[in-house]
Design a protein around this ligand. Structure first.
Ligand SMILES: *Cc1c(COP(=O)(O)O)cnc(C)c1O
Length: 374
């Protein structure tokens, strides 16, 4: 495939860093992870950042803070990655799905309040494809009903809402460094919080509830367990790559923006697809360009055509959550309740705009799509 949907944006610097880490005897609990957290806090202007083994484990820790139980409810977008929702079900609570705003793909904030009742404990939002959800409105709802707010920022590194980085508005913000995301550490994630006690909770939980960090044990093996915890740490290799990647983030975001804007304008003029409307004064981190096909165009045929022309595409996300088998069996919810989310998941194609591509590639993608209609 000539044009890949995503590709790790690595150079020799990442490789040299890996070599360096391999030669030291500290592979966890070292300076690379400490620096990665410090650098991440600096970039996002967050009070605390804790590196985790994935975004999923960051989300797990965020939900776990609230002791979710049977009959508790958490409001979530119907159209998201399953990782946003799985921990809620794992803890025995019930996800309450909300349809998307068809203009942006984000959770439709106007539909949230009607779903709130005595059982509602919190709201999770996902900044869909790097475009911030309407945070002021959602925060107001959280305040009014005393609900927690978790931000899933897996596709939104670099995204800002009114000049403040996403992930710093909620009680917790969760980021992913999975290979296709804005920066990668192979597997990896980050949990943000602005609150001292939430930070202490997560720090302890991430390290098995052990009361003393490895390097602060005067006598090796001497420690106590003061709370529940699991091992959700990020290792030194991954953190080292993360540090190199983070140095490039502004460049990565600029390249994405350039590619996105170029392709967006061209495809808009083609007048064949519905595009999201990103006109508000928010900073988009341009994860991909999602095009929504009219019913007259077969998605699978267009994907196959693009693939045969060496253009790899993706789908964000291939099903609304209630339509996945596990959720269907458990909750049996009709997808017609989420017409916008269903439209996005069943009829959109995600086109690549990553930093591994340039304007020539965008021109090629555009021309290839245009030819499809001739
Ligand atoms: C990729 C993704 C995740 C999962 O991230 P991992 O690091 O693979 O656990 C969670 N939420 C969203 C919105 C994602 O896109």
């Amino acid at each position: 495939m000539k044009i890949k949907f995503a590709k790790p944006f690595f150079s020799n610097v990442e490789i040299a860093k890996l070599n360096k880490v391999a030669k030291q005897d500290i592979l966890v609990h070292g300076n690379e992870v400490k620096n990665f957290e410090k650098n991440f806090s600096h970039f996002t202007d967050s009070k605390y950042s804790l590196a985790t083994s994935s975004c999923t484990t960051a989300l797990f820790m965020a939900y776990n803070f609230y002791n979710l139980k049977k009959n508790d409810e958490v409001i979530v977008p119907a159209q998201t990655h399953v990782a946003t929702v799985q921990p809620i079900v794992f803890f025995g609570a019930k996800p309450v799905f909300i349809d998307s705003n068809i203009e942006t793909g984000n959770i439709d904030e106007n539909l949230i309040e009607s779903k709130i009742n005595k059982k509602t404990k919190g709201i999770s939002i996902v900044h869909f494809l790097g475009y911030p959800a309407n945070i002021s409105k959602i925060k107001k709802i959280c305040k009014k009903y005393k609900l927690f707010l978790i931000e899933d920022c897996a596709l939104a590194l670099g995204a800002k809402y009114k000049n403040q980085h996403v992930g710093t508005f909620g009680d917790f913000g969760c980021f992913s460094f999975y290979p296709v995301k804005h920066i990668t550490t192979s597997e990896g994630g980050m949990l943000l919080t602005q609150n001292d006690s939430k930070n202490i909770y997560a720090k302890n939980f991430r390290a098995l509830g052990v009361n003393r960090e490895f390097h602060s044990r005067k006598i090796p093996g001497q420690y106590d367990v003061k709370s529940m915890g699991l091992n959700f740490r990020l290792n030194e290799f991954s953190s080292a790559i993360g540090n190199v990647q983070l140095k490039k983030i502004n460049n990565i975001l600029n390249l994405r923006k350039k590619n996105f804007n170029y392709l967006y304008e061209k495809i808009k003029k083609l007048n064949k697809f519905k595009l999201f409307n990103y006109e508000k004064d928010y900073t988009n981190s341009f994860y991909c360009l999602s095009i929504i096909l009219p019913k007259t165009i077969s998605r699978i045929n267009l994907i196959k055509y693009l693939n045969s022309n060496n253009i790899q595409t993706s789908i964000y996300y291939p099903s609304i959550i209630p339509n996945f088998t596990y959720y269907k069996k458990m909750f049996n919810i009709d997808h017609k309740l989420y017409p916008n989310a269903h439209e996005i998941s069943s009829r959109s194609i995600a086109l690549p705009v990553g930093p591994h591509l340039n304007l020539k590639d965008m021109e090629y993608i555009y021309n290839t799509i245009k030819k499809y209609f001739n």
